[in-house]
Design a protein around this ligand. Structure first.
Ligand SMILES: [Fe+2]
Length: 197
């Protein structure tokens, strides 16, 4: 039974674990085939260990328009080849829904794009609030070498997730390390978006 009364909770740092949550979701390297540009590096890494890339702690709310789903996202530091660890990334199934991210710890970037192929990359660092407007797919990338990237997210209860589009076409931009610094580069494997309504 989900609470109907107001409630509050804390987020402990550096772990990023809420003091109350309903679901703990973990995503490992094996859950992202074809998503990292350097496929030989991906295969070699996976052969060694199915590394934990990121975790999500969800506060569950009813999946209806008036509710707000929220929780924390923790992307661990690391690279596949030169590409930083990142989340799968998704459009919202209900495309006309937005999301807010508040960065609690670490350093990273949010890579975003629309179904029409417009793109944007915004920096995530502690204290920064990021607004992802309706229609923009989003993926967080941890550009730190040693710190978890921790964000608090909030999005409408009816938004849903469309992971399949990104799994098929990728994001237009990648974040890779060049000369010791994160750089946004074209994704050579990106395919123009399929026509979406
Ligand atoms: Fe989202």
């Amino acid at each position: 039974m989900l609470p109907t009364d107001p409630f509050s909770f804390g987020v402990s740092l550096p772990g990023g674990i809420p003091t109350r949550y309903d679901n703990h979701i973990t995503r490992r390297l094996s859950s992202m085939p074809g998503q990292f540009a350097d496929q030989p590096a991906y295969a070699a890494m996976l052969a060694q260990e199915d590394v934990l890339l990121y975790e999500v702690y969800e506060i569950v709310r009813p999946h209806v328009a008036g509710e707000l789903l929220h929780g924390t996202s923790i992307v661990h530091p690391g690279q596949v080849g030169k590409e930083y660890f990142m989340t799968k990334g998704h459009f919202h199934a209900e495309l006309e829904t937005a999301e807010v991210y508040y960065c609690l710890q670490g350093a990273g970037m949010m890579v975003m794009e629309t179904p029409e192929g417009e793109w944007s990359v915004q920096e995530l660092r502690p204290g920064r609030v990021l607004y992802v407007p309706p229609r923009w797919a989003h993926r967080s990338v941890n550009t730190s070498h040693d710190q978890d990237l921790i964000t608090l997210f909030v999005y409408p209860g009816h938004a849903g997730h469309d992971y399949g589009t990104i799994e098929q076409q990728g994001f237009r931009k990648l974040v890779v390390e060049r000369d010791g610094r994160p750089q946004v580069v074209d994704n050579p494997g990106w395919r123009p978006p399929a026509a979406r309504s």
